[in-house]
Every structure is written in structure tokens, then in C-alpha cells.
Design a protein around this ligand. Structure first.
Ligand SMILES: [Zn+2]
Ligand SMILES: [Zn+2]
Length: 284
């Protein structure tokens, strides 16, 4: 896949290139000793960079004898961009198997499920038009049986938004990464003791949030209140929220999370994923 398709080329000011589309960065689908794809510097940049590969560290400068000064190496911009994208992917907490997966990493050819094609289209529209002025992006409530690719689709959107616009994103499994993280702050021996408000603030304010496995949490008054506060805060701030769940949204209407239901109903579009699975194209 050519990253030039999702990273605007004009920002790099580099000549176009068949491999990287002028970004200086390529996506390696297969990385030694890793199950996750990774980024590397394209040959079109490396062939002009003689100093940095040996040091491999920022700030990627080379000595210019003519001006008797250190100047940015040819690779400077590409290496910084690569480092920033890698940092943002890690900070977003995207599970390793879904890191660096994009709309084009998913095989939808030969699929005749209308819901699946609609979901893919909807994700594309969201990714391509996210920064269009005057548009408040609508969230998604992705529902479907286990294995239909809900988490993949949600993470594809995060990867796309990070690469296209350098937007801060966060992936969270509802119990492990959100509710348990808040509970930990009540434990005196925990590293996050007393940090509940900070964690809540981070989740309330992050530009794009994925809440994975909505509905598996225990239906307690405390959990429901925490969830309502989170969803309500994001609603007020008009922040994009994507949820995945094994159950349709309507199921929550009469339950403990009924208040959450009405907010989610307003701020998300419900998309049902059915078999055939929304799957990665392993041939790419
Ligand atoms: Zn290149
Ligand atoms: Zn260099």
C-alpha cells in the first residue's frame, strides 16, 4: 500500500516516488521478529542520506562545509514524520494486530453483503472528510456477532485518522482499559492512585475514542454512572466516539445504561456487521 494515498504529498515537498508516493516512508507488511507491520524509510530518501543511518538518531543533521553548520539531512522530515506516526500509534493503544491497518488493507472484493460494504463506505467517508469544516463527525455503534470484524473496522478508522491528519486517538476495551483503570486509582498501592480525574479527563477529551466490547461490563450503578459521565462529556464536546458491541443498541434502552442509550442514539450511527467477515486482505 502506498502511504502517499493517505499522507498528503504536498506537505513533504519531496519528489513523487513509485514506492512511497513522496512521503519518504513505506509500510512493511512483514517485519522480522514481529507480528505487526512497521514503517521504514523509503530507498528514495535513504540513497540521499549518508550520515543518519549510522547514527540513526534525531535530530538528523549533516555537516555542511560550505556554510560551516549542521543542516537538516535530506531524510530529516521523513524520519521525523515516521517517528511521530509510530509514537501516535503506540499512544493510541491500538492492539498490535490492528496497528497499521488501513481501509485498503481490508479485502472487500467479492463480498456481497450490503451491510459490510456500507460499513466500509461509511468508514471511508469518515476518514476522508473528517476535517471538513462545519462538519461534526457522527460516531459509530458497530454491532454484530463475535468475529465479524467490528474491532478491525474501528481500528482501521483510528489508523486512517492518525496517518491522514495526526489526530490523537485512543482505543480502550471497556472493562480492562477504562473501568478497571478507574478502579485502580482507588488502590493505595497502585501507580495511578488518586488519578481518577486525570484518567477521566483524558478519555473525555481525546479527539477520537474507540470503546471496544461495549456491553460486557458488569451492570453496576458505579459502572453505569462512569459510562454515562464519559459518553455525556464526549457528547457535550462533540468528540467522535466509536463503539463495538455484540448486542444491538436498542438492547440497552431498558437496562441500567438506559441513560447512556439515549446519548449514544443521538451521537452514533448504528451499523450491523454480518458475515461474511470484514477481514484483512492477507495477500497484500
Ligand atoms: Zn520513495
Ligand atoms: Zn539522513
Amino acid at each position: 500500500m502506498k502511504l502517499g494515498e493517505i499522507i498528503p504529498h504536498e506537505k513533504t515537498g519531496m519528489p513523487n516516488c513509485e514506492e512511497c508516493g513522496g512521503t519518504g516512508i513505506v509500510l512493511d507488511e512483514i517485519v522480522e521478529n514481529s507480528r505487526t507491520p512497521g514503517l521504514s524509510i523509503c530507498l528514495c530518501v535513504r540513497e540521499h542520506c549518508f550520515i543518519c543511518p549510522s547514527s540513526g538518531k534525531p535530530p538528523y543533521l549533516v555537516y555542511d562545509a560550505e556554510v560551516n553548520r549542521m543542516l537538516p539531512c535530506y531524510c530529516n522530515q521523513s524520519r521525523k514524520l515516521k517517528a511521530e506516526l509510530e509514537r501516535m500509534i503506540l499512544k493510541a493503544n491500538i492492539p498490535p494486530k490492528y496497528q497499521y491497518k488501513f481501509l485498503s488493507s481490508v479485502d472487500i472484493s467479492g463480498k456481497d453483503s450490503l451491510t459490510l460494504l456500507a460499513a466500509h463506505d461509511w468508514a471511508r467517508d469518515l476518514a476522508e472528510n473528517y476535517t471538513r469544516t462545519g462538519r461534526i463527525p457522527q460516531g459509530m455503534y458497530l454491532t454484530g456477532a463475535p468475529g465479524t470484524g467490528k474491532t478491525l473496522l474501528a481500528c482501521v478508522i483510528l489508523n486512517e485518522l492518525i496517518f491522514r491528519y495526526r489526530i490523537n486517538c485512543r482505543y480502550a476495551k471497556i472493562t480492562k482499559d477504562f473501568l478497571n483503570a478507574l478502579r485502580d486509582t482507588y488502590q493505595k498501592d497502585s501507580d495511578s492512585y488518586g488519578q481518577e480525574k486525570n484518567i477521566e479527563k483524558e478519555f473525555n477529551e481525546v479527539e477520537v475514542l474507540v470503546i471496544d466490547d461495549f456491553g460486557v461490563q458488569k451492570d453496576t450503578e458505579w459502572a453505569n454512572a462512569k459510562l454515562y459521565d464519559l459518553i455525556d462529556a464526549r457528547y457535550e464536546r462533540q468528540k467522535l466516539t466509536l463503539l463495538t458491541s455484540n448486542q444491538p443498541l436498542i438492547d440497552w434502552k431498558e437496562k441500567g445504561v438506559g441513560r447512556v442509550y439515549s446519548r449514544l442514539y443521538e451521537m452514533t450511527k448504528e451499523i450491523k456487521l454480518e458475515c461474511p467477515d470484514y477481514r484483512l486482505n492477507h495477500l497484500k
